[in-house]
Design a protein around this ligand. Structure first.
Ligand SMILES: *[C@@H]1O[C@H](CO)[C@@H](O)[C@H](O)[C@H]1NC(C)=O
Ligand SMILES: *[C@@H]1O[C@H](CO)[C@@H](O)[C@H](O)[C@H]1NC(C)=O
Ligand SMILES: *[C@@H]1O[C@H](CO)[C@@H](O)[C@H](O)[C@H]1NC(C)=O
Ligand SMILES: *[C@@H]1O[C@H](CO)[C@@H](O)[C@H](O)[C@H]1NC(C)=O
Ligand SMILES: *[C@@H]1O[C@H](CO)[C@@H](O)[C@H](O)[C@H]1NC(C)=O
Ligand SMILES: *[C@@H]1O[C@H](CO)[C@@H](O)[C@H](O)[C@H]1NC(C)=O
Length: 679
């Protein structure tokens, strides 16, 4: 009896003890029995992987990065005695609000799971379809002691997933013991409404387990709704067979190839009884939609179109502006009558490029008619000289331009070849062969280290004479040069003299009365009759050539301030009996005497005041080549007599004397051509 009593007593004691122990245990952990978090800024959480808590309390498990996982567990374990009467002690209830935000619904992955586990260590778990819960080798093993409710957004046939938007109940395995497409029962409509788990909108989940009933209910609803009367899943389950007696509760989420941002906004848990209801207005808000999302969706199309249109409009505007500016920059003048010279036309753009925009550096000369630039034609790499001649766009323009251009057809080895031209408003651009040794004027007078010997000088004189003869007699029309002087004689690489600028020195602005309207030429090379008649002839060209000959032989300009005129000087020397005193001392006495005498006397002869007494260019050529004998060898001959007479006579003429006065010469560069109004 007593032993029975004792046994009973023991039993009672044991029961009481056990009960009191359980009560005591829960009393001890009372603060652990339940919790509610609206945001997790002060929550006792154990985080791993990519899980983190935002400043506003929002719990983020993954961050839209591939093959990522994150865990967030309540930091303290819950203990229960599985062996106690039918494991009734386990009767939890929880509710939480989650959101899955992804670039696009159909690429969201993989999902979130509410987890009850014996351990906080998920370091061996895999992301992707393993949901950060298991790995390939432990999936399905009962020693995992893991229970999970998965919110799965990717269908995986390995785990018999029913679709890509389902809720499943997992026991130690990713193959759910039961699952259903995400939906909720609408109490008002009395029917199931489907839910998009990855819609980006917050969704609330309730999970209720009764150890007594061995029943697990899972219920979903949009955040604004009360808990529906009917759960989505109501599954018979004995968790005491699954779990160990110390459990952790929390969440796991993972991404795979498909990614998403997985968030938990609030969580209420009660280890034994109803979990408190979450107050939605206290939940943290989700981050604003990322700009990436905005540009990737539907509006993006519109934005892209607007952007493209804007860019196109901008480009077109810039293009048109550039086109207009360029068109203006390279604008040319072209008239119908120029068609004849079409083949000689060179575009301004090419000339602009050839001279690098008419850079100062490319400037090689500047004379009475404009500036001369050196250039290299972009297409042919040919060296050219470009003369920019400005002209008034008056009536005579056409004739002037046409005359110049017609000289482009002249071909002679002692004429500088006109290659082409271009016309712009008030401007004519003439393109010539480039003469590497520049003008004879520079060689004679500026110290450029090139001292011409007698042979070279006589070559130049012969060449220029031949060129001038061609203009006067060999061409179909008589062409007057009007400005023969060293500055207009250019030297090629072999120091051959070439006559340039023919036809340029031409009065062109007056219509019919061209010949007498203006005096054209350069002081010192102007025949005396020009001042009377103003009329240029081949004889006036010969006069200039005479001055040129004397200049080349003597190395002195026809007229220099403070010095006796060259012609007078040569005559003086001749009268004194030794004409060779007049020659250029730089020759160092190295010359052919006979030839030199011929040049000096021929020079004087050409400078004869009486035009009729001057030889023709044909004759000059013959003398120079020795084909004709120059007979006038006495200083007292008619030539000299005529000179003295004319000089006195010419002194009586106003224009002549004023031009020859020193003050006038001083104000002019001796190489500059002049245009003087005639009468
Ligand atoms: C997502 O996929 C489903 C089925 O494949 C399709 O009906 C739906 O239009 C897709 N949604 C988007 C936003 O692409
Ligand atoms: C899977 O996880 C278990 C621990 O849960 C670990 O022992 C095992 O090595 C892991 N296997 C792989 C393949 O990672
Ligand atoms: C609603 O869905 C649940 C679970 O999938 C199902 O058992 C129930 O029959 C459905 N109810 C209606 C009205 O369709
Ligand atoms: C689960 O849902 C069923 C049906 O609505 C209900 O009878 C039962 O009480 C629920 N159990 C829990 C633990 O909420
Ligand atoms: C929810 O929270 C707001 C402010 O935090 C409060 O005003 C409101 O009464 C709360 N609602 C409930 C049902 O507790
Ligand atoms: C991202 O863009 C898609 C398409 O526009 C949209 O459906 C989705 O709701 C957006 N995500 C969020 C978080 O707003």
């Amino acid at each position: 009896m007593s032993s029975m009593v004792a046994t009973l007593e023991l039993l009672c004691f044991c029961t009481v003890f056990t009960l009191s122990y359980v009560v005591l245990a829960f009393a001890e952990d009372d603060h652990n029995k339940q919790f509610i978090y609206h945001g997790f800024d002060r929550a006792d959480l154990h985080l791993d992987g990519d899980a983190n808590v935002h400043r506003n309390g929002l719990l983020q498990l993954t961050n839209n990065v591939e093959l990522q996982q994150g865990h967030a567990f309540y930091a303290f374990p819950f203990k229960f005695d599985k062996s106690s009467s039918s494991g009734q002690s386990l009767a939890f209830s929880t509710s939480f609000v989650f959101a899955m935000v992804s670039e696009s619904v159909n690429v969201s992955g993989h999902g979130i799971a509410f987890v009850i586990s014996q351990s906080l260590d998920f370091s061996e778990a895999s992301p992707g379809s393993y949901l950060g819960l298991f790995n390939i080798s432990n999936n399905g093993l009962s020693r995992n002691h893991v229970f999970a409710v998965e919110l799965d957004t990717v269908q995986n046939s390995d785990y018999k997933d029913i679709d890509g938007n389902h809720v499943g109940i997992d026991v130690n395995s990713l193959i759910s013991i039961e699952s259903a497409s995400a939906a909720y029962f609408s109490d008002t409509d009395g029917k199931n409404e489907s839910l998009e788990l990855a819609s980006g909108k917050p969704i609330q989940v309730w999970i209720d387990y009764s150890g007594k009933e061995k029943l697990l209910n899972v219920t979903l609803a949009p955040i604004t709704m009360r808990k529906p009367n009917r759960p989505l899943l109501s599954t018979p389950l004995d968790l005491s067979q699954v779990l160990s007696d110390s459990i952790y509760v929390g969440f796991s989420a993972s991404t795979g190839r498909r990614t998403s941002r997985h968030y938990i906004l609030g969580w209420s848990f009660n280890e034994n009884g109803h979990a408190k209801t979450l107050n939605f207005s206290m939940l943290p808000s989700l981050p604003p939609i990322s700009p990436a999302n905005q540009t990737a969706g539907q509006e993006p199309g519109l934005i892209a179109i607007v952007l493209v249109v804007a860019v196109v409009v901008l480009l077109v505007t810039i293009g048109v502006a550039v086109y207009i500016v360029r068109k203006k920059k390279y604008k040319e003048v072209y008239e119908d009558w120029e068609r004849e010279y079409g083949p000689h036309r060179i575009s301004y753009k090419n000339l602009y490029k050839a001279t690098k925009g008419f850079k100062e550096k490319e400037l090689i000369g500047e004379g009475g008619f404009g500036k001369v630039y050196r250039g290299v034609l972009p297409d042919s790499n040919e060296q050219i000289a470009i003369k920019r001649v400005s002209h008034d766009s008056g009536k005579g323009t056409k004739q002037f331009v046409a005359e110049i251009l017609s000289t482009g057809r002249l071909r002679h080895r002692n004429l500088v070849q006109l290659q082409g031209y271009c016309r712009r408003k008030g401007e004519l651009l003439l393109v010539y062969d480039y003469m590497p040794n520049g003008s004879l004027d520079k060689v004679l007078y500026s110290d450029i280290g090139l001292n011409l010997n007698w042979f070279q000088r006589i070559q130049i004189l012969r060449g220029v004479a031949s060129g001038l003869y061609y203009l006067h007699e060999e061409w179909e029309q008589v062409i007057l040069h009007r400005d023969v002087k060293p500055a207009n004689v250019l030297l090629d690489a072999d120091l051959n003299g070439k006559l340039g600028d023919f036809g340029l020195a031409r009065p062109y602005d007056h219509g019919s009365n061209l010949q007498t309207s203006k005096l054209v030429g350069t002081v010192g090379y102007l025949a005396p009759e020009l001042f009377r008649t103003g009329k240029a002839t081949t004889c006036t060209d010969v006069f200039a050539f005479g001055a040129f000959m004397l200049e080349v032989a003597c190395g002195r300009r026809p007229m220099e301030p403070g010095k006796v005129d060259l012609v007078d000087w040569v005559i003086e020397c001749w009268k004194k009996g030794y004409i060779l005193d007049a020659i250029d001392p730089r020759l160092g006495g190295l010359f052919a005497e006979e030839q030199m005498e011929l040049v000096l006397k021929l020079g004087l002869f050409c400078s004869h005041p009486n035009p009729a007494a001057r030889p023709s260019m044909r004759r000059v050529m013959q003398y120079l080549d020795g084909d004709a004998k120059f007979q006038d060898t006495s200083p007292d001959s008619t030539v000299i007599a005529a000179f003295s007479a004319t000089i006195e006579e010419s002194n009586l003429m106003m224009p002549f004397s004023s031009l020859y006065s020193n003050s006038f010469v001083n104000t002019m560069s001796a190489t500059d051509s002049i245009l003087v109004e005639g009468r």
